[in-house]
Design a protein around this ligand. Structure first.
Ligand SMILES: [Zn+2]
Length: 305
């Protein structure tokens, strides 16, 4: 039994996006089509036990080791993930000049990988590592190579038998964690943390204000694949409401913002956004001014996304 109708694109969704200056806020549902699982089920409940908190990570060396052992294994899959049709459609809409900004709660970097520019990574990026002591920021790949070097054969011994989480984590037995070695900052030997906002941690204030500030230059809010259960996402909806902006929510499953949405589209993001781009391109081809139409076509707003 399918709970969701086939990907339909309501006229109102097309209308709102065609008006331009759309602020996109995306969440985990955006990346499920790229093989990165969502934290929550369709009713917004957490699928797994709670992820490690920032406080646990900072204060408990054993928990930190557990995190890195699991994350090291999960990283391969995150690093290999490719943008899907949904990411490509967002890029096309941006290149067509219809977006005022793209803010994502995802830490996988897939919007940027799809060619979207100026993305605000609200919760940070998993492909970067920061030192909690001196602030040094390095590529995750470099750390992955260092961890491989001090844990020879670890990957082969353990393997990844499923259970990957959206933050690149995997489930791992205690005895496996105990034999894993972590490394410190290359500059000061301090504690390394992935440059992401952990569960229960706040988005850095300046980054959050910068992202929320984009609403002032926007005509609408388009939420893609976020359950909005995390406060940082939900605040975009309440702020848009205060500004009187239309709110459109697209994705599978219930979201915390549903009662505030002007348009609610249940469907798989890649399919819905692909059709939306088609429709915009067709509409513009039929009647819009030549220069803007050409801009859209050149930007690739067509089924090729
Ligand atoms: Zn350091």
């Amino acid at each position: 039994m399918s709970e969701d109708p086939p990907a339909a694109v309501p006229g109102r969704l097309t209308e709102v996006v065609a008006a331009g200056d759309v602020l996109v806020v995306s969440g985990a549902g955006m990346s499920t089509g790229s093989g990165i699982p969502d934290y929550r089920d369709r009713d917004g409940r957490l699928r797994h036990t709670r992820p490690m908190t920032a406080e646990q990570f900072r204060s408990e060396p054993l928990e930190r080791r557990r995190y890195w052992a699991r994350s090291h294994l999960g990283w391969d899959r995150i690093a290999a993930a490719q943008p899907n049709d949904g990411h490509h459609a967002v890029t096309a809409l941006q290149r067509a000049g219809l977006l005022s900004g793209v803010v994502t709660q995802n830490v996988d970097g897939l919007h940027t990988a799809a060619g979207t520019s100026d993305v605000v990574d609200l919760h940070g990026r998993l492909d970067a590592v920061v030192c909690l002591d001196c602030g040094d920021r390095r590529p995750r790949l470099e750390l992955a190579l260092r961890l491989d070097a001090v844990n020879p054969g670890f990957r082969d011994r353990v393997g990844v038998a499923g259970g990957l989480r959206p933050d690149g984590d995997v489930r791992l037995a205690d005895e496996v964690v105990e034999c894993f070695r972590v490394v410190g900052c290359r500059r000061c030997d301090g504690v390394l943390k992935p440059d992401v906002v952990f569960f229960g941690e706040h988005v850095p204030t300046q980054r959050f204000r910068h992202a929320l500030g984009r609403l002032a230059a926007s005509r609408s809010l388009l939420v893609l694949g976020s359950s909005l259960m995390v406060g940082s996402g939900y605040r975009f909806v309440t702020a848009a409401r205060r500004h009187g902006l239309p709110i459109v929510i697209v994705g599978l499953g219930a979201t915390r913002g549903d009662r505030l949405a002007d348009v609610r589209v249940h469907g798989e993001l890649g399919a819905v956004l692909g059709r939306l781009a088609d429709r915009l391109a067709a509409g513009l081809a039929a009647g819009a001014a030549g220069s803007h139409r050409e801009k859209l076509w050149n930007a690739g707003v067509s089924r090729q996304v």
